[in-house]
Each structure stands twice: as structure tokens, then as C-alpha cells.
Design a protein around this ligand. Structure first.
Ligand code: NAG
Ligand code: NAG
Ligand code: NAG
Ligand code: NAG
Ligand code: NAG
Ligand code: NAG
Ligand code: NAG
Length: 876
């Protein structure tokens, strides 16, 4: 017998730090001015035309469900999902991670999100996602718990920044939306996470000692930075959203009605379902009313003791009238509609793997006290030819920061002396550390739930030895051996490998609690000292960095022998040949930084640092507003070491013949009125009879599993109570569906926001004589100085990567686009997107084109529809 088994393990990990249910409705006070306003009721799903067919099918199916079936599919049973098999709705399999199928075998360990962002290549972002989606489908996983598009990378030390695409809302949005598209094309439901303000690992979760931290974010900053990627991912049709562990404005994300009902479901027009992060649910009635549709993994905050806020308790809350049937029906319908929307009713394979064991057989009811065993793993190989796209992403992400004297590319005959333990695979094996919670050997990904097992690991040292004809000497240490120090002995090149790691808070690695709280932005294992010592002993030094985010390089970057610096990001399984291809010049580097590398961490304000322990709720106030990463440094005139978007090549490119054209003329400063909501499914709102809630006779339950049934006596008592007692609803509670805000109207927001206003073209030419290569054109918007809104100097709005252009004049014309939303700011009074300086046909909005945020020499103007080149760049 083969039995399906699919579990995400996040629960087990997260529970280690969750001691018990906190006083869940408690709200600590937040700084003055930050408010978690009520927004009720939860908007029905099904009002956009692109989901109509799925909702019609879902309505038919949910109409035939009993109450206990509806509440069974809106939570996990502790391990597996609940199902409604009587009416043909299966147990869905939800599975980590954003970079590949977690905790199983025969899968590809893709490059991480941050690596993908560093390619600045939309085609590769999509191709990677299609391959990831195919692997989830091949393993029978219905729901991909990715992409990660929050954290945004507000804090350089933040632990999970590497799972997402870069410290800019547009780069993050493009990566996120293309990942949703590629994964869902395979019929797998994508889950965009984590909504929202999840910019630090430490103190993220609610427990008996303290609530999770509160991210206090003002409305404009939320819209223009943190919500922007979510809007684009939802516009791409995301079927699911995961609420973050932390609070926003004092109210936990999984029960924040303004966030889930207001911003996500009404303004952004999200039609799928919202799940909690594992053990991030803290209430039953309050969460359901606030818009949570699925509790994961079903348990309360201590897993596997058989208690739940949803399941049987949600059934009771429906019977006693506290959660209206209207809401229960919508919760179930959203889950079923997402399943139909991806076509999973047709031929979706059931899971054929278990993340609980590597063996063929295992417990059929993991987590139960007693469980029969059976076949749980079929070892289905889903890798296909995905190593090709994984390697392409790893290669095209490699970012050349410095190449003085054109030391790179190297000739294969040049002898190499390699330093640093990061050069070779973990001697205990690439997967030796569970969830990659160690920084031993080449760093291919960060740690935590955002990981996958390597099927193999192509490490740099092996690849160098394979390619080099001049010989490779390896020194597998990170501390310089002063007494037996090697030194220059011919024309050899010294290659120093550095790493900097981070991950999820349940594991502490070398004193770092997920975030880089102990290491800061320095290279790990004393890497800075190693570079200095090597640079002292050798005259030609290449530094290769595997890192989760920015590291500060200023203690060695200007040493004369440190000629070349290459950031290989987190390459996943394809760390070796991707690197040698670039070092030896088979491929010209074309990656660009998805974040800024500052000269020193103190160049950023303290609000961008980690928040430490505090009594009560840790308050993380976004006092810097819009000014993170390059936006902050530019505003304050602080030169970065390497700017956001920076990346050198072995060749040079020119941008010529820039032009700008109007696509859709903007005739008003706010978008046209939104579309009205279409009709949504209708069901009886009567409290169902007790018979819909009770367990069938003879059903034998498994201890510690969660069920949606209640006893007949409880059901009858709840129904009786429904007419006599009433729930203490929060202020602002209502059951009347709203028309929705002006900024809404379609998936992602008012459709008029996404009208393309301007299209810009520029010809990119490879002017070098020796190396072919790819170039990236980045488009940054500068608002008019007549805008009365405070705005950053420039902000990325679109980008395009060329194909490989041949040396000696190979050229290509690339196009970038700006939508109405790209040209707007969020007006907190009007609660709408507004062109801040009037119509761009009469006021100048400047669009800068260039190869990095500090290499902007071409500008196009919306008022004259002309472009100029040879400029000095934007200034304040
Ligand atoms: C947080 O508070 C600010 C200031 O009152 C408000 O503008 C914003 O909308 C609030 N955000 C949420 C998610 O409640
Ligand atoms: C809920 O799901 C579980 C697990 O799939 C199943 O055993 C049980 O019968 C389901 N309950 C209902 C009411 O369908
Ligand atoms: C109805 O049941 C739910 C779940 O047990 C409970 O949280 C809620 O307080 C009950 N409502 C009333 C009015 O007692
Ligand atoms: C596992 O996946 C393979 C390939 O998709 C499929 O043929 C097989 O039926 C699946 N196993 C089960 C138990 O469904
Ligand atoms: C060694 O190099 C050859 C030729 O470039 C390549 O085909 C092969 O895959 C490489 N093997 C390893 C282990 O790097
Ligand atoms: C290397 O080149 C960079 C960029 O041109 C320059 O800023 C730096 O000073 C150079 N370093 C050395 C040691 O010459
Ligand atoms: C690129 O252009 C710069 C400045 O003109 C020049 O110094 C450099 O040698 C060129 N590099 C290549 C590879 O052509």
C-alpha cells in the first residue's frame, strides 16, 4: 500500500521556541500615531472576472459540504490537511520552500531568491519558477510556500532577506510576480509570504514571555515599499498568501483586520486564501473575522496536543453564531476556488514523498501516539533538466564588483592558491546540517525553512581543479598561519573565499539568531583578516564572496593586491562551474547587486538595525519611512562602497538612441474610477443543524489529530446559545459587505494603475573588442522638484537584460515601461495613488537609464518626450 504523506516541517521547528498560547488578544501599546484600525467584514472572494469560473465551481462544491467539511478544509489536522473526501475535495499538500521542495530527495536545490534577483533577468526568473513548479507538482505538492517577498531587506542584518529578491520594491515585485506566474503555470498554488513587516527574525513570535514584535509602519511607506511586491504578486494571480508572525501597529498579522480584510482582500483584490504561518495563529473567532482563511498547521501554539483554534472550535463558533456562516462559507470557498483556479481538480498527482523520513516506509500518521507504517516515499526524481536553469541563474547572478588591472578573467594556465573553507563542500556532506543550519563549507543557501536538500553539490574547489591547467593549491583554513605562511612564488593568483550566513530564528548559528546579530556585516570566520593577510603575501588577489546580503569590505577593498572582487551570492547546488565559467571568461559576468554595499554599517540610521529585547512587545518603528538602502544613502549624500545595481563586466556597453513614447495618455492625476465588484457566491446563512457537525458513528479518531467534528451535546448547546449569548465583537465590527476602496477594483488594485503610460527604448552596444556579454538597463524615476510630496531622489521602476551581445559592436534595443502607479505616490488623505506633480505631459518626470543606481547618464523626460545622454546623473 502506498500512502500519501506531505507535511511541512516548519511546525516542528517553530514549536521549539513557542512555549504556550499568549494572551492572544492582548495588544501592547505602540508608539503614538500608529493605529490598527478595524476593518470588517472580511470581503467575500470571487468578485474579479479572472476568478469567476473557479468560484462558480467552488460555489457548487461548497454548497454540498456539511459544516464539519467546511471547517475541515480551513486548517491542518496537526500534520496533514483536513479534507472533504465525501464531496471529492482532497487533502492538500503544503510544502516549503521558496528555492525547491524541502526535506526530500531527488529535487533541485535552486539558487536562492537573492541570487535570482541579482541576475536582473526576467526570463530567468520565470524559467526558474517554472522548474520549481514542475518539481512541486512532480512530488504531488499542491501548494508551494513561496515566493518570499517579505522581508524586503530593510535591515541589512535581517535573517531571511536572502529568500527574497532584493532591497527594492520593484526588483522584489518583478521577482515575486514572475515566480507566482511560473509556479502556477504548472498548476501549483503559489503562496506569497510573509505579510508583512517581517524584517527581523529575533522576537518575531508570540509566546508566554512576550508578544511578537510590532512593525509600526505608516500608510504611505507601507504602500510604496512593503505592500508593492504583494500587489504585483496578487496581480499575477497568486492563489495564497501567508500572514507573518509579527504584528503590524500592535495587531498580529494573522488577526489584523485592517491588513487582511482591508488592504489585502479589498484594496489589493486578493481572491485566494490567507493562511497563518506555522503556529502563528493566535485566536479562533477573532482570526476568522479578521480575514484568516486557513490555520496552519491547525494546532494552537503548542503543537500535537490536540488543541486548535479552528477545526472543532471553528465548528462550535459557527454553531453558536459567533462566526457567521457567511464567513465560514467564504473561507471554504476561497480554498476550493484556488484549487479549481489552478486546475488541480483535473489530474493533480497525490503526494509521493514524506518530509518526515528518508526511508521508503514510515509512519502513516506521523505525530500520532501509535501509528501503522506503510510506504511513504516513492523517491520520484523530479529534477528533469532543471540543473541547467539552476546553473544559468547561478552564473548570471555572479556580480563583479571590482576588477582593477583587468586581473579577471584568468588564464587557465595561471597557477592558483585558494584560501578559505568556503571554497569546498562541507567535509561532512552538503546536507550534513539539518536545514543547512551551519556555515561549514561553500555557502549555497541560508538556513531554516527556506531550504532544500542538495541532490549533489558542485563546489568551487572541484570546479577550479577541473579547469585549471596551471595547478591549484588549496589552504583549507580561515585563519592565517603566521608561522608557516605561504607567499607569492611566481605569477600565481590567490583566490580567497569568504562567506556570510543568516537564516531563520529557530536555529542559532555561530551566535547568530537567524539575523546576523553577532557577525554583523563582517565576513564570517575572520574572513577580513584572512583577506588582509593574503593580500600582504600575494600581489594578485581575487576575493569570492558567498553571502546572504551586504558585507562591509572597507578594511581590505583598497589594498593594492585585492584586484578583483566577485559576489557569487547563494548559488544553490551549482556553485562550482557557474563560478569557474566567469573566473575563466567563458561567461562574462552580468549580475548586479540587488542591495547596496555600504562603506560601513553606521552609514545607515539606527532604525535599520536590529531591535533588541524589550519588556513587553518589541517596537520596530519604521521611522526612516521610504528611506532604506540606496534611497537613504542618496538622500543623505552618503557614497556607498558599491551602489545598488552595480555590476561590472569584462566588456563595456554604451547606451545610445534612447527614446520615450506615450503609450496611454494620463489625463487625470488619480486613476479612473475602479470597477465595481462582481457578484460573489451566495449560500444560506442559517446556522446548520447539529447533524452537520457531529462525527459519524464508528469513526475512530487518532489521538493528537485535530478534527472538525464536535459532540452532539456540544453542538446542541452551541446552537441553543446562539440565540441567547453574543460574542464581544471588536469595535467597528460589521457584517455588511463593502463596495471596496477607490484604490481597489482588480487583482493588485485598481486596474487603471497598471496602464502603461510610457515606454522607453534604448540601444545597448557592446563596445569592447574581446568579450561578448550581457548588459542590464535599469530605469529609475525622479519625481519633479515641484512635487509637494517628499520623495526619494530616484527609485527603480523597471529593468531589462540584453541577450549576449558580441564583442565589437553587437547591439540590441531594449524596452522598459512605466505604469501610472510607477509615476504615482500614495496619498494618505485621498487614500489613492496620485501623480504628485500634476500630469506628466505638462510637468517633467525624469526617467533615468543606466547600468546602476550610480551610473545614470541618460535621462528621458515626460513633458518634452525627449532624451539626453552624457549627463552627470541625478542630484538632489
Ligand atoms: C498603521 O498606523 C498608521 C498610522 O496611523 C496607519 O497610517 C497605517 O494604515 C496603519 N497600518 C495598519 C496595517 O494598520
Ligand atoms: C477531515 O479530514 C480528515 C483528514 O483528511 C478526514 O479523516 C476526515 O474524515 C475529514 N472530516 C470530514 C468532516 O470530512
Ligand atoms: C462560540 O464558540 C467559540 C469557539 O468555541 C468561542 O470562542 C466563542 O466565545 C463562543 N461564543 C460565545 C458567545 O460564547
Ligand atoms: C508520484 O508521482 C509520480 C510522478 O508524478 C506519479 O506517477 C505517481 O502516481 C505518484 N505517486 C502517487 C502515490 O500518487
Ligand atoms: C570538468 O570540465 C569539463 C569540461 O569543461 C566539464 O564538462 C565537466 O562537467 C567538469 N567537471 C566538473 C566536476 O567540474
Ligand atoms: C580599484 O578600482 C576602483 C574602481 O576604479 C578604485 O576605486 C580603487 O581605488 C582601485 N583600487 C586600487 C587599489 O587601485
Ligand atoms: C571600458 O571603458 C573604460 C573607460 O573608457 C576603459 O578604461 C576600459 O579599459 C574599458 N574596458 C574594456 C574591457 O573595454
Amino acid at each position: 500500500m502506498v500512502t500519501t504523506a506531505c507535511v511541512t516541517l516548519a511546525a516542528v521547528a517553530a514549536w521549539a521556541q513557542t512555549v504556550s498560547g499568549a494572551s492572544v488578544l492582548r495588544r501592547d501599546s505602540v508608539p503614538a500615531g500608529y493605529v490598527a484600525a478595524p476593518y470588517y467584514p472580511s470581503p467575500h472572494g470571487g468578485w474579479t472576472s479572472d476568478w469567476t469560473a473557479a468560484y462558480e465551481k467552488a460555489e457548487a462544491l461548497v454548497s454540498s459540504m456539511t459544516l464539519a467539511e467546511k471547517t475541515n478544509i480551513t486548517a491542518g489536522t496537526g500534520f496533514f490537511m483536513g479534507s472533504a473526501l465525501r464531496v471529492g475535495f482532497p487533502q492538500l499538500c503544503l510544502q516549503d520552500s521558496a528555492l525547491g521542495v524541502r526535506s526530500t530527495d531527488h529535487v533541485t536545490a535552486f539558487p536562492a531568491g537573492i541570487t535570482t534577483g541579482a541576475t536582473w533577468d526576467k526570463d530567468l526568473m520565470l524559467a526558474r519558477a517554472q522548474a520549481i513548479g514542475a518539481e512541486f507538482r512532480g512530488k504531488g505538492a499542491n501548494i508551494y510556500l513561496g515566493p518570499t517577498i517579505g522581508p524586503l531587506g530593510r535591515k541589512p542584518r535581517g535573517g531571511r532577506n536572502w529568500e527574497s529578491f532584493g532591497a527594492d520594491p520593484v526588483l522584489q515585485a518583478v521577482g515575486g510576480a514572475l515566480t507566482v506566474q511560473g509556479v502556477q503555470e504548472q498548476g501549483v498554488i503559489a503562496t506569497v509570504k510573509h505579510l508583512i513587516g517581517y524584517e527581523q527574525e529575533m522576537y518575531r513570535m508570540y509566546n508566554v514571555i512576550m508578544p511578537g514584535y510590532s512593525s509600526n509602519i505608516d500608510d504611505r511607506t507601507l504602500h510604496e515599499l512593503y505592500l508593492w511586491p504583494f500587489a504585483e504578486a496578487i496581480r499575477a494571480g497568486a492563489g495564497s498568501v501567508m500572514a507573518a508572525y509579527n504584528a503590524v501597529n500592535g495587531s498580529a498579522c494573522s488577526q489584523n483586520s485592517y491588513l487582511l480584510n482591508g488592504l489585502l482582500k479589498d484594496e489589493l483584490g486578493f481572491q485566494g486564501f490567507v493562511m497563518s504561518d506555522w503556529l502563528g495563529q493566535m485566536s479562533g473567532v477573532a482570526s476568522a473575522l479578521a480575514g484568516l482563511d486557513m490555520g496552519m498547521p491547525g494546532d494552537e501554539q503548542i503543537p500535537l496536543i490536540g488543541t486548535s483554534y479552528f477545526m472543532y472550535d471553528l465548528t462550535r463558533a459557527a454553531l453558536n453564531g459567533s462566526v457567521p456562516m457567511d464567513r465560514i462559507n467564504d473561507m471554504a470557498t476561497r480554498v476550493v476556488a484556488a484549487w479549481y483556479q489552478m486546475g488541480q481538480d483535473a489530474d493533480f498527482p497525490p503526494p509521493n514523498f514524506s518530509s518526515n523520513t528518508d526511508s521508503a516506509t514510515g509512519l502513516l500518521y506521523p505525530g500520532a501516539l501509535f501509528s501503522p507504517s506503510g510506504v511513504v516515499n516513492q523517491f520520484v526524481d523530479v529534477q528533469g533538466d532543471h540543473a541547467t536553469v539552476a546553473r544559468q541563474v547561478a552564473t548570471d547572478a555572479i556580480t563583479l564588483l571590482q576588477n582593477n588591472g583587468s586581473l579577471l578573467p584568468l588564464d587557465v594556465s595561471r597557477p592558483l592558491v585558494v584560501f578559505g573553507t568556503d571554497a569546498a563542500v562541507n567535509p561532512s556532506g552538503a546536507n550534513a546540517c539539518t536545514d543547512r543550519a551551519c556555515d561549514t563549507g561553500t555557502l549555497g543557501m541560508g538556513w531554516g525553512s527556506g531550504t532544500a536538500n542538495y541532490p549533489y553539490f558542485d563546489d568551487p574547489l572541484t570546479a577550479l581543479k577541473n579547469r585549471s591547467t596551471g595547478g591549484v593549491t588549496y589552504h583549507d583554513y580561515d585563519s592565517w598561519p603566521w608561522f608557516f605562511a605561504p607567499s607569492q612564488n611566481g605569477d600565481e593568483v590567490a583566490v580567497v573565499f569568504l562567506s556570510s550566513d543568516s537564516g531563520e530564528n529557530q536555529d542559532t548559528v555561530e551566535g547568530n539568531h537567524g539575523d546576523r546579530d553577532s557577525a554583523g556585516l563582517a565576513a564570517w570566520h575572520g574572513g577580513d583578516a584572512l583577506v588582509k593577510a593574503v593580500a600582504n603575501a600575494y600581489s594578485n588577489v581575487v576575493v569570492v564572496v558567498h553571502t546572504v546580503g551586504p558585507i562591509v569590505m572597507d578594511s581590505w577593498i583598497n589594498l593594492p593586491s585585492v584586484q578583483a572582487v566577485v559576489v557569487a551570492h547563494l548559488p544553490g547546488q551549482e556553485a562550482g562551474q557557474s563560478l569557474t565559467d566567469v573566473l575563466y571568461g567563458d561567461v562574462t559576468p552580468s549580475g548586479h547587486l540587488p542591495y547596496t554595499i555600504p562603506k560601513q554599517e553606521s552609514d545607515y540610521p539606527s532604525s535599520l538595525g536590529l531591535r533588541g529585547f524589550a519588556l513587553g512587545q518589541v517596537q520596530d518603528t519604521y521611522s526612516e519611512g521610504l528611506y532604506i538602502d540606496y534611497r537613504y544613502l542618496q538622500k543623505n549624500g552618503i557614497a556607498p562602497r558599491f551602489a545598488f545595481g552595480h555590476g561590472l563586466s569584462y566588456t563595456n556597453f554604451s547606451l545610445t538612441s534612447a527614446s520615450i513614447a506615450v503609450v496611454e495618455t494620463l489625463t487625470s492625476t488619480t486613476p479612473a474610477a475602479r470597477a465595481a465588484k462582481l457578484a460573489t457566491p451566495t449560500y444560506s446563512t442559517a446556522i446548520p443543524p447539529a447533524s452537520e457537525a457531529t462525527m459519524p458513528a464508528g469513526f475512530s479518531t487518532i489521538w493528537r489529530y485535530l478534527y472538525s467534528w464536535v459532540s452532539l451535546s456540544d453542538a446542541e448547546a452551541d446552537i441553543a446559545a446562539s440565540s441567547t449569548t453574543s460574542y464581544p465583537y471588536p469595535a467597528g465590527y460589521s457584517t455588511t459587505q463593502k463596495a471596496g476602496p477607490p484604490a481597489g477594483g482588480a487583482q493588485g488594485g485598481n486596474a487603471a494603475l497598471f496602464d502603461v503610460a510610457y515606454s522607453l527604448s534604448v540601444e545597448v552596444t557592446n563596445t569592447g573588442s574581446k568579450y561578448s556579454g550581457k548588459s542590464v538597463v535599469q530605469a529609475y524615476l525622479q519625481f519633479s522638484s515641484s512635487s509637494t510630496y517628499d520623495t526619494p531622489l530616484v527609485q527603480l521602476r523597471d529593468f531589462a537584460k540584453t541577450d549576449t551581445l558580441t564583442a565589437g559592436g553587437g547591439s540590441q534595443t531594449v524596452t522598459v515601461q512605466l505604469t501610472r502607479k510607477d509615476l504615482s505616490v500614495w496619498d494618505v488623505v485621498q487614500q489613492n495613488w496620485v501623480l504628485p506633480a500634476g500630469l506628466p505631459s505638462s510637468t517633467r518626470y525624469t526617467i533615468w537609464l543606466g547600468e546602476a543606481s550610480d551610473q545614470l547618464y541618460t535621462a528621458c523626460y515626460t513633458d518634452t518626450l525627449t532624451c539626453e545622454s552624457g549627463l552627470a546623473g541625478p542630484s538632489l
